[in-house]
Design a protein around this ligand. Structure first.
Ligand code: SF4
Length: 286
């Protein structure tokens, strides 16, 4: 597939490989039923996660650095991806296909989806994303977005640049969430970052004022320093209980009632779920 003019994400590199490192081939690190997503996503039978290699963000605290930064994984054809998705649907009987950071590979995923459609195999698609998306791309591939599981990670562009090298993140992610609220089911993930609880609160306020406080939000305490964050303060520590509580209180005050709040105690991460500790290929994650 020729993606040499790639403009799939807000970086609009116009070339492959571009900033994300993805080439003209589909690359996947891992797939399998995942039971650790938000309850409506994991359901009883697990969410059929497919972890694509490379990522349009470069987060210094990335837990999946082996494949998202360094591109580990294997190249697959669209037909092979269709085979993976088919076996997730028919053998694992997962609740949905959960596309984790799919943006650089959307044309291949569309091709796989069309093969499955002809075969009469269908499941809802979860588009699982940092939120750093273009609305034009979401429109073009809206058939791959029944459920948008989008982050609102930063409310200030200087923080997005510092922590994820993502220029224009705030407006891109906010537009993406608005689009998702109008066109799909949406869960907005608010990952509370150490030293940046105020940005999580600013994003909740944005949602309440500019989108709706009926949006489902998933407030997450699980931040754990990894990769380059181990060397950089304040990203080299966990979130403090009072920081986290300030975000939970703000969500209450702003009237958010849909979604979920991780208990602070669940901030102790499941280390086996760190990308650095996960094997490539098929695997079930609890
Ligand atoms: S998906 Fe990758 S190559 Fe395409 S515009 Fe984004 S960063 Fe550039």
């Amino acid at each position: 597939m020729n993606l040499s003019q790639c403009e799939l994400c807000p970086r609009r590199c116009g070339r492959r490989p571009g900033f994300c490192g993805a080439e003209d081939k589909l690359r996947i690190f891992r797939w399998g039923p995942h039971f650790g997503e938000e309850p409506p996503i994991s359901g009883e039978r697990g969410s059929g996660c497919i972890f694509f290699s490379r990522c349009t963000m470069k987060c210094l605290y990335c837990q999946n650095s082996p494949w998202s930064w360094k591109g580990e994984g294997k190249d697959y054809s669209a037909e092979e991806l269709a085979g993976i998705m088919r076996s997730l649907a028919l053998e694992d009987k997962v609740e949905n296909w959960n596309l984790v950071s799919p943006t650089p590979y959307l044309p291949f995923i569309r091709e796989a989806a069309e093969i499955l459609k002809k075969d009469g195999v269908s499941l809802p698609f979860v588009w699982n994303s940092s939120g750093y998306e273009r609305v034009e791309t979401l429109e073009e591939y809206s058939d791959l977005c029944d459920i948008a599981l989008f982050d609102l990670r930063y409310s200030r562009d200087e923080t997005a640049l510092l922590a994820s090298r993502a220029p224009g993140y705030v407006s891109a992610a906010r537009r993406a969430v608005k689009w998702a609220n109008d066109n799909a089911k949406v869960i907005v993930r608010i990952l509370v970052l150490p030293g940046y609880a105020h940005e999580a609160i600013e994003n909740l306020r944005y949602l309440a004022e500019e989108v709706s406080n009926e949006v489902a939000v998933s407030i997450m305490s699980q931040y754990t320093p990894a990769y380059d964050a181990l060397k950089i303060s304040p990203f080299n520590r966990r979130v403090l209980q009072e920081e986290y509580q300030s975000v939970v209180d703000a969500a209450d005050e702003l009237g958010f009632e849909n979604g979920g709040v991780q208990g602070f105690e669940s901030s102790a991460p499941e280390i086996s779920l760190f990308g650095e500790n996960m094997n490539a290929g098929y695997g079930v994650t609890k």
